[in-house]
Design a protein around this ligand. Structure first.
Ligand SMILES: [Zn+2]
Length: 315
């Protein structure tokens, strides 16, 4: 396929070129026969499986260009490595891992975003046959912005589910940069204390109101200001409010005169609920009337006017 080689981004071999109405499709594969495990750095030649990955590339001849890339999964040959299977990575100059654009297209998108911003950049990008939205333009600019690697000052600490309901760790975020800093293997106070002790620049710790993280923050950084984070405060307030309302529902209904319900104002689901509630009220009244006449419970059950509902009744 020498005809197509010049079209290929670095490190790819083009198998064939398919021409569609408004775009060219390059069917390609990586040039390398081996892949490097991203976890241990071991080189592997054992292909496990493959799948097709789609990449957008620079336009050509007035048409969009899509690359259908045959991507392989490899088995890691290093016995001690916990990453048994991994997906091969392209060269850094070709594409980022899991990206949907080639690096050279992303470079153009970045420059358009820098020069024009979101919405104006989107209009120009459309004219240049660059398949990106205004949000993507801004995202690419942000992603490529230099990040000063300052030590964290304000952090948030919370539970992190490795497997929900089974295994939990601790997630620590830099609240100023809005980035995850670290994920600890468990949520033990001692682990969090040790982590905080290694980061003396922290001055504010946002955490939930559980005793574990309060103790960890106090021991790891006694001088830091501890604050209950907004999400947990709102969650606790919401739960407390609902609980208080539910406890006082009878009094509230009486106070607002909501004992009388207009069925025409209810939705279908609310109407069904209301009809069920009326039926239960009627059954309870009938049972209480029989009980007041001195009739035994067993006898009431036998003479209940709505036997199908007998199991749900309560005196
Ligand atoms: Zn490995």
């Amino acid at each position: 396929m020498s005809r197509g080689i010049s079209l290929a981004p670095c490190g790819l071999v083009i198998e064939r070129v398919e021409s569609e109405a408004d775009k060219l499709v390059l069917v390609a594969r990586p040039m390398s026969k081996t892949a490097v495990c991203p976890t241990c750095g071991g080189v592997s030649t054992h292909v496990h499986s493959q799948y097709q990955r789609a990449l957008s590339d620079l336009p050509s001849q007035g048409r969009l260009v899509r690359i259908k890339l045959c991507t392989r999964r490899f088995r890691c040959a290093v016995t001690e490595c916990h990453q048994k299977i991994f997906t091969e990575r392209l060269e850094a100059t070709t594409s980022r891992p899991f990206a949907r654009r080639t690096r050279r297209l992303e470079g153009i998108v970045h420059h358009v975003g820098l020069a024009l911003g979101g919405r104006p950049g989107q209009s120009i990008a459309r004219c240049l046959l660059l398949p990106v939205s205004k949000d993507t333009l801004l995202r690419v600019v942000r992603r490529n912005a230099p990040r000063p690697d300052l030590a964290p000052r304000v952090v948030g600490i919370d539970d992190w589910a490795w497997k929900r309901g089974h295994r939990y760790g601790t997630i620590i975020c830099d609240l100023e940069k809005r980035r995850i800093i670290d994920i600890l293997p468990d949520r033990e106070a001692a682990t969090v204390t040790a982590w905080l002790a290694e980061h003396p620049t922290i001055s504010v710790i946002a955490r939930d109101r559980g005793a574990g993280y309060i103790r960890a923050a106090g021991e790891g950084h006694p001088e830091a200001v501890q604050v209950a984070d907004r999400w947990h405060l709102m969650e606790n307030v919401s739960a407390a409010f609902l609980s208080a309302v539910q406890r006082s529902m009878r009094a509230i209904r009486t106070a607002v005169g909501a004992g009388v319900v207009d069925p025409t104002l209810l939705s279908c689901a609310e109407r069904r609920q209301h009809v069920g509630w009326l039926r239960r009220q009627e059954e309870n009244a009938a049972i209480l009337a029989l009980a007041s006449q001195g009739i035994a419970i067993k006898e009431i059950v036998r003479t209940d006017p709505t036997p199908s509902r007998r199991s749900t009744l309560a005196i």
